[in-house]
Every structure is written in C-alpha cells, then in structure tokens.
Design a protein around this ligand. Structure first.
Ligand SMILES: [Zn+2]
Length: 80
C-alpha cells in the first residue's frame, strides 16, 4: 500500500506523492499540493479582484468629477 501523510490543511491522509513538507513557524508539516495550489489561486483571484475594485473606484470618482464639471458648466451657462 502506498505511503500516506496527514495533511494538516484537509485534516486527512493523502498519498505521499501528492504531499509537500512545508515549514510552518519552524514546525515541519505535510500539506497536499492541491491545497497549496488552491490557496495560491485564491490569493491571485483576490488580488485580481482587489485591482478590479480599485480600477472601478478610480473610474467612478473620475466619472463623478467629470459629471460635476459638466454640471458646473451647465449652471454657469444657465446663469449667463
Ligand atoms: Zn490536503
């Protein structure tokens, strides 16, 4: 039978070939490659999401600033 290691992330045993030993606060622990990749992907997605939100906020404030300029110009021409 293939050797298994306990994955601290999934709290279950996986085959040794799916496992990586990592150093967590000086303690050697086994974690499966799948969960490591999933975390990496999650971080990348969160990062991309954060950038999208930042871009949206920037676009929004720019649009609002432009709208205010148009409104002020409209008010000025109305007063004339
Ligand atoms: Zn696992």
């Amino acid at each position: 039978m293939a050797e298994t290691k306990f994955c601290y992330h999934c709290s279950r045993y996986h085959p040794l070939e799916e496992m990586r030993q990592i150093d967590r606060k000086g303690v050697k622990r086994w974690r499966c490659i799948k969960s490591i990749n999933a975390t990496k992907q999650g971080l990348a997605q969160r990062d991309a999401f954060g950038k999208t939100v930042t871009a949206l906020n920037a676009a929004d404030s720019k649009a609002r600033a432009e709208a205010r300029i148009h409104l002020e110009r409209a008010n000025l021409s109305f007063q004339d």
